[in-house]
Design a protein around this ligand. Structure first.
Ligand code: SF4
Length: 346
């Protein structure tokens, strides 16, 4: 069924893609190009009301505002890091729940870390969001709303998006695919496919679909180099064993010719041993990839410690000496609880 047939009154207009909006406009006796005009106002000028869409016919604006709201998430709190210039936003959803997004300036780019769910069902033991359990999925409009809202706050253009905030993006598959495709749509947010990355803990069936449904990049949150270790920190391994996840990633790289980014949160004494060095090198040889080593960010009550700097450097050297593309990613926003694995709201 076409989307416009089941759009309820006062739905958020950001839910609709261009074709659906064109179809909706035609069905209401409006011109097809009204949809393109509305898209420009929403995604390029980032307005918050139909009244501001001054080149759209008055009658069309009236019809649109009878049926839709122009969604925007209310930013209720801002936390600015004094250490690295990053900002964590607390964004309020229509039902009063909140999600967090983190804006991170880096050399020559501005990256937004976006949430896909309120809470998360995956239960990773190193992650504060897991304590919330899954409250609900975000809609496409709410995912896009974080980016549009954060962009309104910044004079510099947000150049990169990482879907690594609260939630497991591939557990909210349809909404996330629509949102990332809207981010990269030349008629919508016009971002480069190479600058949008979706991270997963390893939902193998969705990894295989991902390469067919979008051109944006994939990151696998690996975090352990063997089955038992992964099971300890990421319970999802019970459903999708490591071999199955790696096979899905291999298929993804064959299909798309893209590399996968392997995210590896380093926890002292848990996954930073010399055996881990060797096993990670073996895993990284299975398909084209690059590796991000992420020193663990503790939070109050967290069961793990960050490894010593020497352990981080040893791991990096082992992989770099064997010609893997490897980076150490020190998380931003540590002093505002905005770093990797620290996001959670009440
Ligand atoms: S690391 Fe990601 S997938 Fe795991 S519990 Fe946290 S938010 Fe969920």
């Amino acid at each position: 069924m076409l989307l416009w047939l089941w759009v309820c009154p006062m739905d958020d207009i950001l839910e609709l893609g261009l074709i659906d909006l064109e179809t909706w406009c035609l069905a209401r006796g409006l011109k097809k190009f009204t949809a393109t005009q509305v898209f420009q106002w929403l995604y390029q000028k980032k307005v918050t009301s139909f009244a501001e869409m001054t080149n759209v016919a008055k009658q069309a604006r009236a019809v649109l505002s009878e049926h839709f709201i122009v969604g925007h998430l209310e930013i209720t709190e801002r936390y600015h890091s004094t250490q690295d210039g990053s900002t964590k936003f607390l964004m309020k959803l229509v039902d009063g729940r909140t999600v967090e997004s983190v804006l991170m300036p880096q050399k020559g780019r501005l990256t937004l870390c976006v949430s896909s769910q309120v809470g998360c069902a995956m239960g990773c033991t190193f992650c504060k969001t897991a304590e919330m359990k899954l409250v609900r999925n975000l809609t496409t409009a709410e995912i896009l709303g974080q980016l549009i809202g954060a962009q309104r706050e910044s004079e510099q253009r947000i150049s990169n998006v990482v879907m690594m905030g609260m939630g497991e993006p591939l557990h909210n598959y349809e909404a996330v695919i629509q949102a990332v495709n809207r981010m990269t749509d030349p008629k919508a947010l016009q971002m480069s496919n190479r600058k949008v990355t979706v991270s997963t803990v390893g939902l193998a069936p969705e990894i295989e679909r991902f390469g067919l449904d979008t051109r944006v990049k994939l990151a696998l949150s690996l975090n352990a180099t063997h089955e038992a270790g992964r099971l300890e920190v990421m319970p999802v391994t019970r459903k999708y064993p490591l071999d199955e996840v790696l096979a899905a990633c291999k298929k993804y790289t064959t299909l798309t010719k893209h590399r996968v980014t392997l995210e590896y949160v380093m926890m002292a004494g848990v996954n930073d041993t010399p055996e881990d060095h060797k096993r990670l090198a073996r895993i990284a040889s299975v398909f084209p990839c690059k590796i991000n080593l992420i020193p663990y960010n503790p939070f109050p009550g967290s069961p793990y410690q960050r490894p010593a700097e020497s352990s981080i450097m040893d791991f990096h050297k082992y992989l770099a000496d064997r010609h893997f593309q490897v980076n150490i990613r020190y998380s931003k926003g540590l002093d505002i609880m905005g770093a990797c694995g620290q996001l959670a709201t009440r």
